[in-house]
Design a protein around this ligand. Sequence first.
Ligand SMILES: NC(=O)c1ccc[n+]([C@@H]2O[C@H](COP(=O)([O-])OP(=O)(O)OC[C@H]3O[C@@H](n4cnc5c(N)ncnc54)[C@H](O)[C@@H]3O)[C@@H](O)[C@H]2O)c1
Length: 254
Amino acid sequence: MSVRRLGGTVCVVTGAARGIGLAIAERLAAEGGRVAMWDVSPRRLAPAVADLRDRGHEVRGYACDVAMRAAVAEAMAQVEQDFAAPVGVLVNNAVWAKFQPLAEIDDEVVDRTIAVGLKALMWTMQAAVPQMARRGGGSIVNISSSGALHPQAPSIVYGAMKGAALALTRAAAVELSAQCIRVNAVLPGMVGTAASKAQFDETTLAAREAAMPLGRFGRPEEIAATVAFLASDDAAYVQGAEFMVDGGWTVGVR
Ligand SMILES: NC(=O)c1ccc[n+]([C@@H]2O[C@H](COP(=O)([O-])OP(=O)(O)OC[C@H]3O[C@@H](n4cnc5c(N)ncnc54)[C@H](O)[C@@H]3O)[C@@H](O)[C@H]2O)c1
């Protein structure tokens, strides 16, 4: 990494044990960020943190269920204490998803999807914003999905949650501008993580990949690169924006 745009900034990344969240944690750390990696699964988190540390990055792991408001407040306070500095960057990446057709949607799936993918954004922002305000500003990046605007069946619950995250991003950008806090969203298209691949059989997966304008699915690092831009001062005038990172999928270029 030639440019280190986050020198010393304390960053929180939720859902950082694997997939896109792990790539975001690594990229922010490579840019000089001091990264708090949050995840609900301590079993997955521990080796991920150890691996980044072994490669010289300043990271710490926090076992935290972002759906639990009190736990989020506690973890955010702990981050400030551990790094001896307030949080400057918050990336809301954690997700819980189950893709069901309309007739099968049940309360449990709706409640968990919304709790982890939407309510949690309010709890993490509530806890991080006072810290950001004390340091004179900050950057919040919410990971939505191309599916929020260009859904593929069956994704009613997931799409509702990701669409609401975009509305939340815009409203928060307006409200938090007074405190010099920027709030933006990234909308990944299909990224080849274990979680996304598990949704499809191999034939469907191959057909979908072949249909991508760039001829392949995205890589977690390619989402992380846009997040790093938004987290940094290079994006100082970017507020309330939505960045589609989908290899041209939703515009259909080929
Ligand atoms: N992979 C894709 O193709 C794709 C496409 C569009 C959008 N996205 C979005 O990108 C983000 C990351 O996706 P991914 O594929 O890397 O997901 P993933 O399932 O691989 O990773 C999600 C992480 O979140 C953690 N998590 C789940 N519930 C949590 C909770 N309550 N508290 C804290 N952590 C929790 C999991 O343990 C896991 O480590 C998500 O917001 C997802 O919706 C992904």
